[in-house]
Design a protein around this ligand. Structure first.
Ligand code: F6R
Length: 605
């Protein structure tokens, strides 16, 4: 949430900041701004409501310099207005600050230190920059000392980049809980919310840990704690590919990412199997799960649904009960745990603040944990005991698709590896390489029906305001994900429901023409019951759309998909629903990749 970029020592500071912000736009896109300074150029601050393109349209040629900071916002405190957009300045204009996170004690800080100050907007960030200025200007502290003093008082989450208008050669950076990374260049250095936004400039990075402060000049990076003790930190080279983050000829990233899923499945096979077909999964992770009496999967949103999609398979193959926890709830309401828990954190971004707060508690309890993520080096990956990477390539569209399917597939390798180590016959008999290859083929076959799915959407969901996805067992879990996807990008009110539960109250919402999308995978007993539930809704006026696996399909079904192993059906069954959401959004003329009110990495609790 919110993207930060900064550069010091480059002739093209404006260009680097704008390029960086464009790459970071998925993190928030309701307003944006940059501050640019230089020894030989006048400092300029430009802000705009709306997208990065709106900011770009406001830039004149005089906005140039050798250093600067930029920000793209996802509003938390105060509406998306120009006054609330970052960078924020102190009263005199000398100090300029960008921030990602939430300052929890900003009201207390304002009341204690800044009662006589007037503020342009409502943000917590403006309080922080006024506080720094107060310490520097009234107590005659250097910028570094004033920043340190403010950091010791500020509580909450933050990634800060601070500039002093009087010194164009320095950027001060600090972080706590929110992501931030240093990029090292030849004759310039950078700071950014994620590596992807810097890879055009550099592939050399340096981590910053919580409660660390960094002073950046064009040829020096000094990391220290809040007492000023210098910390030595090695840099690392990131294996990122610039071509991964383009959308090529696709109209939207989401469609590209949906299309990439067969390749993600095949890549996972290569990553997690040895040449002889045995599983290539870290023995310590396998042992950790073997020793556990319960697996707890903690996640949010789509990743939470992926956890459900893998639950049946994990329980069957590891012979260990699996419990799912919503990260935002478990941070403050953790239930009584089993005697030997093993925690799995599912997170595409690896940065979700809700998940992280649970991980912090898990670490305090000294319990083992695994993060399954798409982002190497992300916070959850660094802080969990173990990591398994999805390796799906950057997911840019806000609506997650390939990370969901990649998470379930990654957990399949884990489940099989543990099951085999336990000597489970079920695990040995489950030919995962073959079955996942069939899943990749099933996805390809569904993808070849895009035009038909687009036509179904334009016929059955043209102006609908509400809809239901229903299913039983695995299909119910897919229904939850399918409805989230439809809601978030098409703004159709949609509920994912256990098919049999509808008649216990919610069926009263069914009216003439309400679309009911039923997911029916190949389980004869369950299929018959779900079909019965569909008929109940049709009898009350619903328009039924059936998405059915081959083995139980009938001629009048709307979409028929190739049959796969029941452990993996949450992967193949979700594909038509991703396409339905995509076309519903596109046909309504919406910005598929950047739905309103949302952001990709949710780094606030
Ligand atoms: C929806 C979506 C979100 C995320 C959720 C958790 O398409 O992407 O629901 O799944 O915000 O994010 P991660 O997986 O990064 O922890």
């Amino acid at each position: 949430m919110c993207g930060i970029v900064g550069v010091v020592g480059s002739k093209n500071a404006t260009d680097i900041l704008m390029q960086g912000l464009e790459k970071l736009e998925y993190r928030g896109y309701d307003s944006a701004g940059i501050f640019v300074n230089g020894q030989k150029t006048a400092a300029k601050l430009v802000k705009s409501v709306g997208r990065i393109a709106d900011l770009r349209a406001k830039l004149g040629i005089d906005v140039s310099g050798t250093s600067g900071i930029g920000h793209t916002r996802w509003a938390t405190h105060g509406k998306p207005t120009e006054d609330n957009a970052h960078p924020h300045t102190s009263s005199s204009g000398r100090f300029v600050l960008v921030h990602n996170g939430v300052i929890e004690n900003f009201v207390e800080l304002k009341n204690e230190f800044l009662m006589n100050d007037s503020f342009k907007g409502q943000t917590d960030t403006e309080i922080a920059v006024h506080l720094i200025a107060k310490f520097a200007e009234e107590e005659n502290l250097t910028t570094l000392e004033a920043f340190k003093k403010a950091l010791k008082l500020i509580q909450g989450s933050y990634a800060f980049a601070l500039m002093d208008r009087e010194d164009a050669d320095l950027i001060y950076v600090a972080k706590n809980k929110s992501p931030l990374l240093i990029g090292l260049g030849d004759g310039y250095n950078m700071v950014c919310s994620d590596a992807m936004a810097m890879i055009r400039e550099t592939s050399e990075f340096m981590e910053i840990h919580d409660k660390e402060l960094v002073v950046l000049t064009k040829d020096k990076v000094e990391v220290m704690d809040y007492e000023g003790q210098i910390i030595s930190r090695d840099s690392y080279t990131a294996e990122l590919d610039l071509s991964d983050i383009g959308k090529g000829t696709y109209p939207f990233y989401m469609l590209k990412e949906i299309d990439e899923q067969p390749a993600v499945m095949r890549k996972l096979i290569a990553t997690y199997t040895n040449e002889d077909g045995t599983m290539k999964v870290d023995q310590d992770i396998i042992k950790g799960i073997q020793e556990a009496d319960r697996i707890y999967i903690i996640a949010a949103g789509t990743s939470y649904h992926a956890g459900f999609g893998a639950k049946m398979m994990l329980e069957a193959l590891t012979d260990t009960p699996v419990e799912l926890g919503l990260a935002s709830e478990w941070g403050y309401d953790m239930p009584l745990l089993s005697k030997k828990p093993f925690f799995i954190f599912l997170s595409q971004s690896g940065e979700t603040a809700d998940s992280r707060q649970v991980l912090v508690k898990v670490n305090e309890l000294g319990l083992p944990s695994l993060t399954v993520t798409n982002v190497p080096g992300s916070t959850l990956s660094r802080e969990a005991t173990y990591t398994m990477l999805i390796g799906a390539g950057p997911e840019i569209a806000v609506a997650s698709t390939k990370a969901y399917t990649g998470q379930i597939a990654t957990l399949a390798f884990l489940a099989k590896a543990v099951g085999e180590a336990e000597g489970q016959a079920k695990a040995k008999d489950f030919d995962l390489v073959k079955e996942l290859s069939l899943v990749a083929q099933s996805i390809e076959s569904t993808l070849s029906e895009k035009d038909e799915i687009a036509a179904i959407v334009s016929e059955l969901l043209p102006t609908t305001r509400s809809a239901f996805y229903i299913g039983r067992k695995q299909d119910y879990y897919v229904a939850m994900e399918a409805s989230l996807k439809l809601k978030e990008i098409s703004y159709i009110q949609c509920e994912g429901f256990a098919a049999g539960e509808l008649k216990h109250g919610t069926i009263s919402l069914i009216e003439k023409g309400t679309p009911v999308l039923a997911l029916i995978s190949n389980n004869e007993e369950v299929a018959a019951h779900t079909r019965g539930n569909v008929m109940e809704t049709v009898a009350r006026g619903a328009s039924a759309i059936t998405i059915v696996e081959e083995g139980v399909a009938r001629e009048d079904d709307t979409i028929v998909i190739n049959q796969v192993h029941p452990y993996l059906s949450a992967i193949s069954m979700v594909i038509p629903t991703q396409l339905i959401a995509y076309y519903a959004s596109m046909q309504r003329g919406l910005d598929v990749d950047k739905p309103r009110n949302l952001a990709k990495a949710v780094t606030v609790e």
